[in-house]
Design a protein around this ligand. Structure first.
Ligand code: ZN
Length: 92
């Protein structure tokens, strides 16, 4: 079973589809039992999907592969929102 730390570390690559089959399974198992990580994964997946959708507007096929630095930026963003707690106002 993965720890929350390991899960958070692997989340960006998970949502980008870059984990190995074994890593992905381990992460899914953790998400199934951990509400906090599951919520973070959903938020990140939504963010990545939004980025992907905007990338598909571009003609270059390689642009659909979300770059690693962008993933990290998204992860930081999602994590800081999660850390702010549910009572924080939604970001505009
Ligand atoms: Zn967790």
């Amino acid at each position: 079973m993965m720890t929350c730390f390991e899960t958070e570390t692997n989340l960006p690559r998970y949502v980008a589809g870059k984990l190995s089959k074994g890593e992905r399974e381990g992460l899914r198992q953790h998400l199934a039992v951990c509400a906090g990580c599951s919520e973070r994964a959903a938020g990140m997946q939504h963010a990545i999907q939004t980025i992907r959708d905007s990338f598909t507007e571009l003609p270059e096929p390689s642009a659909q592969d979300v770059p690693e630095p962008l993933l990290r930026a998204v992860m930081t963003l999602v994590s800081s929102h999660a850390a702010a707690g549910p009572s924080a106002p939604p970001p505009i």
